[in-house]
Design a protein around this ligand. Structure first.
Ligand code: ZN
Length: 498
């Protein structure tokens, strides 16, 4: 019953419409225990082994707030330049869902802990200030697994299983104000914001920010308004987008889908949508046309939060250097231009380049390997560069073998490809394939053979036609399987033919 929607190309849509983005990011805090009980938050345990009466919502159990979670939330708020509330309360958000054992979620409603912040991100040499509306703390829900169907969705499933290990894990929600003025860079700005936020959270040490494990997940809101209008359009809300690449793809897809609808004179439906990693598309979820009434009210079982000014100032003074400042320092130390930095950041290889330099590579070769080659390999494979399976230390080793002449650039790339393919460490790969640069004797023999086999071409070079060298160099490269140093081949040919 689902039909494939018509799409209008991204750039064409953004020639005529202004995009408005909103991002709601959920971060699982890295506390050892849950928000209101002492259960472990360790990822990957057997289902329903990390539960107790509090996080199962059993009658008569009483929650106690985890101080560490409050501290982490304040640190996030401060790092995002927010004001910290001197007094606020948790609220009950009432709705029924099987993975939420109490039938309400303890969250924050009209009294968030942190408000009015900002985070600057840079795309295409332009700084976009992303305003943060609020940062609040809530408990995560459990996880429902729909089984027996082919899609893992409830439709077509024969039964469902619930795991409450995640129920009660502290979750921080970071909500932006509507972001306007991004134009054709909308998708890139959304991605850059989530990337910057992830780096900032990692630097704070408040979460392991593993998008693939769901400890950082993002809802991407998007609407379009005709150019020149200041009236926001109807937005869609794409839920639980789990990688930086997917954030970018979700924005692109929604621009293309909504643009086509508006062009056809249809309206955009206000709804939540699911993102599909395999196709990069979204499909409709729950309609939000009728706002749900969660009947929020202050949580009566918990005391209000009242962080003292001294505590807040102590936390502010202990904040680490922000990622933007660390990047400036790194750029200066390695002589990277602002353009270099932006290209590496956009390609998602900044940290990898840094680690490759730390493993011994020169800054130029580390940048060249990742940006000039491995990013392309990752794109072909449809994965992030870090997921390629080649480590910065391995890249540094290959780079060292190239610069000391053990490998030509071509051979070095073959070695890298073999490492990516899972063949093992660079030195083992070279040994196993017998890959090494052709020695001088081998080269001289190959040059003589090429001259003998291409006597006419060789005669032209003797007559002063340097342009005829190309085919001869090609013949030597091909007979040595690409293991020859092309510059040396050229020198030898010229010696022989002078
Ligand atoms: Zn518990």
């Amino acid at each position: 019953m689902t039909t494939t929607p018509t799409l209008t190309p991204y750039d064409e849509v953004l020639d005529r419409y202004d995009p408005v983005i909103g991002l709601e990011t959920h971060v699982e805090l890295g506390t050892a225990t849950k928000l209101f009980c002492g259960c472990s938050t360790e990822f990957g345990a057997d289902p329903n082994t990390q539960v107790c009466p509090v996080c199962l919502g059993l009658p008569g159990s009483l929650p106690v707030t985890n101080e560490k979670a409050i501290e982490f939330t304040i640190r996030i708020g401060l790092a995002l330049n927010c004001s910290i509330a001197s007094w606020c309360r948790f609220a009950r958000k009432n709705y029924f869902y099987p993975d939420m054992p109490k039938n309400y979620q303890v969250s924050q409603y009209d009294e968030p802990l942190c408000v009015d912040g900002r985070l600057d991100v840079e795309v295409d040499g332009q700084t976009h200030r992303i305003e943060i509306e609020r940062v609040h703390l809530e408990e995560d829900t459990g996880k429902t697994l729909h089984v027996g169907g082919s899609t893992g969705r409830i439709h077509g499933a024969t039964h469902s299983l619930v795991d409450y290990n995640r129920a009660g894990i502290p979750l921080v929600e970071i909500v932006t104000r509507p972001v306007t003025g991004t134009g054709h860079n909308a998708a890139a700005v959304a991605r850059a914001y989530v990337a910057e936020l992830r780096d900032l959270l990692r630097g704070l040490g408040v979460s392991d920010v593993r998008m693939e494990q769901g400890s950082l997940r993002c809802d991407v809101n998007l609407s379009l308004m005709p150019k020149g209008s200041d009236q926001f359009g109807t937005r869609s809300e794409t839920k639980n987008v789990n990688s930086l690449r997917s954030v970018e793809r979700a924005v692109r897809y929604e621009v293309e889908r909504q643009g086509a609808r508006l062009d056809a004179g249809e309206r955009v439906v206000q709804e939540t949508r699911h993102f599909h990693e395999d196709t990069g598309t979204t499909s409709p979820g729950r309609s939000k046309e009728e706002a749900q009434d969660y009947r929020y009210f202050p949580e009566p079982d918990l005391v209000p939060l009242a962080p003292s000014a001294e505590d807040v100032e102590r936390l502010r003074a202990a904040l680490p250097e922000p990622p933007s400042a660390a990047r400036r320092r790194f750029a200066e130390a390695n002589d990277f231009s602002p353009l270099d930095m932006e290209q590496m950041a956009n390609a998602g290889v900044l940290a990898l380049v840094e680690e490759t330099i730390a493993a011994g590579a020169t800054s130029g070769s580390a940048r060249g390997w990742w940006l000039g080659y491995l990013v392309g390999v990752a794109n072909q494979r449809g994965c992030e560069p870090r997921e390629l399976g080649i480590t910065p230390a391995q890249v540094a080793r290959i780079s060292a073998l190239e610069s000391d002449g053990t490998l030509t650039n071509k051979l070095a790339r073959q070695v890298a490809e073999a490492v990516v393919a899972g063949e093992g460490e660079p030195d083992a790969v070279i040994e196993a394939h017998g890959w090494k640069v052709a020695g001088e004797d081998e080269l001289v023999a190959a040059v003589d053979t090429a001259i003998a086999a291409n006597a006419d071409t060789a005669e032209k070079v003797r007559g002063g036609n340097q342009g005829a060298l190309g085919p001869l160099i090609g013949a030597v490269m091909s007979s040595t399987g690409g293991s020859a140093d092309a510059r040396r081949v050229r020198e030898l040919l010229l010696e022989r033919l002078s």
